[in-house]
Design a protein around this ligand. Structure first.
Ligand code: NAD
Ligand code: UGA
Length: 333
């Protein structure tokens, strides 16, 4: 089922499907897997021929012989053929973003995060896929007392997006718990992932871009919101471990251990670029939680995973990427 990566002795699946492979996390994951020797079938509804960010995200991947790209929408496409002979499915396709989920796009959240996931699960059961790793979200915890959120905490999602992510992970776990199920499911609750190719609606991207360009930065609320920022390479490492660690199932936090406020992120961006960001204060957004903080224990005990990249180091890499790729990513959404 797995093969060894000779340089690092890291086991990787022989063949895997990555949904959402034209996106931020999915493109990094697919690239890391192919480089480690996995044959990857990448699936995404964004067509790199039409969508410049999808093209840029996929750029380093499309020419690699171990990567096959399929443009398809999981809400309606034939999924079974994609999963043939797959040792693992990494399900990252979905509609992300907390704030827009209150609006008319909610139907898209439900379709992609819940209905498409159900279709994928049914296909995975038919094809007897042994392991599914699904992208869940720190947002399922909702408002907390500021302490560490542990996987056994009762979730209190505070936005429509978070409700769909909780439904998505629980749907996967319910399928895996069926008596005759052959699939094991690991639901990773990622905590605010940042780094090169981060979505242009996200805060770290916007802070670094505005520090680089001198454009103003909209700050929702007072900037004292805190996030457990997770560097993309750390998120990818946890995701691969979730597919290759034997006998693991259930929910696992993936938090970067760099708990910081938005104002601290602004301060790092200022010092990295040597330019003070022009902040424009706006009212707080509904469903935006004040603090996320991952309890790191289960990821370490079960996956042997710990984050390696602190926030200033990761933000430097993110800034250097933005400085070198202004055309496609150099515009805040
Ligand atoms: P992204 O938008 O960059 O990537 C998601 C990709 O999924 C997109 O390319 C999109 O086209 C694709 N997609 C959506 N619906 C689809 C469908 N029906 N069929 C096929 N493809 C579809 O987002 P991201 O930041 O890379 O997030 C990836 C996943 O991780 C999402 O499920 C998100 O909810 C979750 N997540 C992200 C973060 C984060 O900080 N970025 C944190 C927690 C959870
Ligand atoms: C992020 C992702 O966007 C979600 O897809 C993911 O599910 C979630 O992490 C998670 O951890 O589960 P969020 O933490 O809200 O959500 O990250 P950002 O979108 O980067 O926002 C962080 C904070 O910055 C929020 O308080 C937001 O209101 C604020 N913000 C964002 C601004 O002040 N200005 C902006 O232009 C953008």
């Amino acid at each position: 089922m797995t093969q060894q990566l000779s340089s690092q002795h890291t086991p990787v699946p022989r063949r895997a499907v990555v949904t959402g492979s034209a996106g931020f996390i999915g493109s990094h994951l697919a690239h890391a897997l192919v480089q480690a020797g996995t044959t990857v079938i990448g699936v995404d509804r964004r067509d790199p021929v039409m969508d410049p960010i999808a093209a840029a995200n996929l750029g380093p991947l499309l020419s690699l012989p171990g990567y096959v790209h399929i443009t398809a929408d999981l809400v309606g496409c034939a999924i079974d053929p994609l999963l043939i002979d797959a040792d693992a499915v990494f399900h990252l396709a979905g509609i992300p973003g907390v704030r827009p989920s209150w609006g008319p796009k909610f139907t898209d959240y439900v379709a992609s995060n819940i209905l498409a996931t159900k279709r994928l699960l049914d296909a995975a059961a038919r094809l007897r896929v042994p392991r599914l790793v699904v992208a869940s979200s720190s947002s399922v915890y909702g408002t907390t007392d500021g302490g560490h959120s542990i996987e056994t905490d009762h979730p209190h999602p505070a936005s429509p997006y978070a409700v769909t992510k909780l439904a998505e992970e629980q749907l996967c776990l319910a399928h895996a718990a069926q008596p005759h199920s052959t699939i094991s499911v690991v639901a990773l609750r990622y905590f605010t992932v940042y780094g090169p190719r981060q979505r242009t609606d996200m805060f770290t991207h916007r802070a670094l871009l505005t520090a680089l360009t001198g454009q103003p930065l909209r700050l929702y609320g007072d900037g004292h919101q805190r996030r457990d920022f997770t560097y993309i390479n750390d998120a990818v490492a946890a995701t691969i471990a979730a597919a290759t660690t034997p006998d693991v199932h259930g929910v696992i936090n993936v938090g970067g251990g760099s708990n910081a406020s938005l104002l601290e992120v602004v301060g790092i961006a200022n010092s990295l670029t040597g330019r003070d960001i022009d902040l424009r204060h706006e009212s707080p957004r509904h469903g935006d939680v004040l603090i996320t903080r991952a309890h790191p224990g289960r990821a370490h005990e079960v996956l042997g995973w710990k984050p390696q990249v602190d926030l200033p180091t990761g933000m430097r890499a993110h800034m250097e990427f933005l400085a070198s790729e202004p055309a496609v990513y150099g515009r805040a959404a």
